[in-house]
Design a protein around this ligand. Sequence first.
Ligand SMILES: [Zn+2]
Ligand SMILES: [Zn+2]
Length: 271
Amino acid sequence: MRVLSVDFHTHPLADRYYCSFTSPRVPTARDAEDIAGFLAAAAERGIDAVAVTDHDCAGSGWFARRVAEEAGLPMLVIPGVEVTTVVGGWRVHVLAYNLKEDLPPNTLTPWEAVEEIHAQGGVAVLAHPGRDGVLAPYVLSMCLRAGLDGIEVRNRVNGDFDASRWLNEASEWCGRFVLQTAGSDWHWTGSSLLSPGGFSAEVPVEWLVGKGLVTPEEAERALSRRAERQKRMRKTRRAPRRQAAEKRSPEPQRPRLWLGEDFLAGRWCWY
Ligand SMILES: [Zn+2]
Ligand SMILES: [Zn+2]
């Protein structure tokens, strides 16, 4: 099966576009630089595609895609947005991809958001249900009924979510496929960057193309970049000196940082 590594949840502009609190603004040259730097760092971590999902603002995802295309960056950008929905006073995040127009924040229930996202031809994934504790089963079942396309089962900030109660091994729910995604939820703050890409899911190319998130041509280009990268990695691994270095300091399997540096530094940061 042909797959691409996708990080489904990032904030390369670190919420400079947080539309639920600030009005949309015109992107600047610094925004473009930050996005380019962010995508380059993700590419170094072996990611094939990054979804840019700022809070309640579809604009920055489309902007990031344009930056990547115009600069010829070796990275696929999936335009997205993290929609803030409400259930009984709780805020629940729904990731929307290929959303053309913003949905009103803090207004819809998650399952209403799923329907609105589909009405625009977008793709809907429930973000970090692990964060929402006792609420998660109810929200998830309502969203699945509404046609949810995926569940973010791994999120760097908000932990893992075991979807096996709902989905079988083939990720099927009531006879339809539901993708289990992963997201780093990286918030990039320019010079004080957190390196992106630790959390990603290997996704069948057919799913990405079928959902309209990438074109067949984009997928082919990403697959050949991936093949080249894997070839380079095999070569590097064969080099004995590198092998010895790896033994001394093995690459951690998974980032241990569960609170963003922004959060620790006391800067405003919503995940
Ligand atoms: Zn979130
Ligand atoms: Zn987020």
